[in-house]
Design a protein around this ligand. Structure first.
Ligand code: SAH
Ligand code: SF4
Length: 355
C-alpha cells in the first residue's frame, strides 16, 4: 500500500500518470487531502469511480492506527498510535476557549536522552519516526477538527522523543505543516533538550519557528543530574547557542523549567537562573512536575512556584506557569504509553481507565 500522505505533489502526479490518468488529477486529490482534509478516499466525490477504486485498492490515507484514545475533563484529547511496525507513540490535542487548537506531537518512539523525570526517557529509545509519521500526527487531528468546522492552529513538538536527535525528519514535518496545512511558522514550537550543534543549524534555517529549550537547572552539577545530555553540552555552550539563535532569528525564545519540589525550586536556583538568562530575549515556562513511575520527585507547591517566578521578575525575565493539561489522562510526555504497558503487564485486555 502506498501512503498518499508520503508523496509530494510531483510524485502523486507521476503515480497517476503511470496508471494512465491525467496529471491534473494530482492537484484535485491534493485539495481533498490537505484543504478539505477528508479521512477517506470515498469522500473524494469528483474523482472518476474507476480511479477511486484503484486508489482504494493500492493506496491508504496515513499509516497511524489509533490504539487508545482518552479525553480529559479540560478538553484535552490524548491518543496512543500504533505505527506500521507495532511501535507506540503519543499525540495530544489541546483545545482552548479561544480558537486555538494545538497538537502536541512525537518525533521518536522512546527517547535516548534519559532525562530522569521523563516517562519517555525512562523507556529508552526504540526508533526515529519518519517525516511523514511526524506530520501525520498533526494531520489526523486536523482531519478530525475539519469535521467540526474547526482548524488546527498550532503545533508543538513536545511529545515523545528529542526532535533535534531526529533533525531532518523533524524539519521535513515542520515544512509540511507550513506548506500543506497552512500553519504559520509562528504557530509552531520545537522543543529541545539542548543539542547544541542542532540549535546552531536550526538558527541557519531562516525559519520563524519558535524554539523552546528544556533547561530545568541553572548550574552544570544540577543539570548533569537531571539531564545526562548536559555532560556533553554544558550550560555555557547551550546558552551561547541560544544567543546565536535569538540573534539570527530575531525571535524571543522560551526556556522550559519543570519545577520539582525541593530539587530545583529554591530561591537560590531562581537567582542562578535569573543570572544565567539576564539580558537574553526570552520567556520562561514553569511547569510543575507531572510525577512518573521511575522518578521519586513531586511537583512544587504553589507558594514555591510563585516565589520562584517573583525572583525571575527581579531579573526582568517574564515567566508563566503552565499547568499540565490532561493530567487525569496521563497527558504528560510518554505517560499514556507507560500506563498502557504497565497495565498490560498486570492484566491483559480491558480498556485503560484514566488515572
Ligand atoms: N525532547 C524534547 C521535547 C519533548 S519533552 C525536550 O525535552 O524538550 C517536552 C517537555 O516536557 C520538556 O520540557 C520536558 O523536560 C518536559 N517533561 C518531560 N517529562 C515531564 C514530567 N514528568 N513533568 C513535567 N514536564 C516534563
Ligand atoms: Fe527525551 Fe525530552 Fe523526555 Fe528528555 S524530556 S527524555 S529529551 S523526551
Amino acid at each position: 500500500m502506498i501512503d498518499l500522505y508520503s508523496l509530494t505533489l510531483e510524485q502523486l502526479a507521476d503515480l497517476l500518470e503511470s496508471w494512465g490518468e491525467p496529471r491534473f488529477r494530482a492537484k484535485q486529490i491534493w485539495t481533498w487531502l490537505y484543504e478539505k482534509r477528508v479521512a477517506s478516499l470515498d469522500a473524494m466525490s469528483d474523482l472518476p469511480k474507476k480511479l477511486r477504486e484503484r486508489l482504494n485498492a493500492e493506496t491508504q490515507l496515513g499509516t497511524l492506527d489509533v490504539e487508545t484514545e482518552l479525553s480529559s475533563a479540560d478538553g484535552t484529547l490524548k491518543r496512543l498510535y500504533r505505527l506500521a511496525d507495532g511501535q507506540l507513540i503519543e499525540s495530544v490535542l489541546m483545545e482552548y476557549d479561544d480558537e486555538r487548537r494545538t497538537a502536541c506531537i512525537s518525533t521518536q518512539a522512546g527517547c535516548a536522552m534519559g532525562c530522569v523525570f521523563c516517562a519517555t526517557g525512562q523507556m529508552g529509545f526504540s526508533r526515529h519516526l519518519t517525516g511523514t509519521e511526524i506530520f501525520e500526527q498533526a494531520l489526523y487531528f486536523a482531519r478530525d477538527l475539519e469535521v467540526r468546522g474547526e482548524r488546527l492552529s498550532n503545533v508543538v513538538f513536545m511529545g515523545m522523543g528529542e526532535p533535534f536527535h531526529n533533525y531532518e525528519p523533524t524539519l521535513e514535518a515542520v515544512r509540511r505543516l507550513m506548506s500543506d496545512l497552512g500553519i504559520g511558522a509562528r504557530h509552531i514550537t520545537v522543543s529541545t533538550v539542548g543539542l547544541v550543534p542542532m540549535i546552531k543549524r536550526f538558527a541557519d534555517e531562516g525559519l520563524q519557528v519558535k524554539l523552546a529549550v528544556s533547561l530545568h537547572a541553572a548550574t552544570d552539577a544540577e543539570r548533569d543530574a537531571l539531564l545526562p545530555v548536559n555532560k556533553r553540552y554544558p550550560l555555557h555552550e547551550l546558552i551561547s547557542a541560544c544567543r546565536t539563535y535569538i540573534e539570527k532569528s530575531g525571535r524571543r525564545m522560551s526556556f522550559e523549567w519543570t519545577l520539582i519540589q525541593g530539587e530545583n525550586d529554591t530561591p537560590e536556583q531562581a537567582h542562578a537562573l535569573g543570572s544565567l538568562l539576564r539580558g537574553l530575549k526570552c520567556h520562561v515556562n514553569v511547569i510543575p512536575l507531572n510525577p512518573t513511575g521511575g522518578y521519586h520527585g513531586g511537583p512544587s507547591a504553589s507558594g514555591r512556584i510563585e516565589a520562584f517566578i517573583a525572583v525571575l521578575e527581579e531579573y526582568g525575565i517574564p515567566a508563566t506557569v503552565r499547568i499540565r493539561r490532561g493530567i487525569d489522562i496521563n497527558a504528560g510526555c510518554g505517560q499514556l504509553k507507560s500506563a498502557v504497558l504497565n497495565r498490560r503487564k498486570i492484566k491483559v485486555g480491558g480498556a485503560p481507565e484514566s488515572d
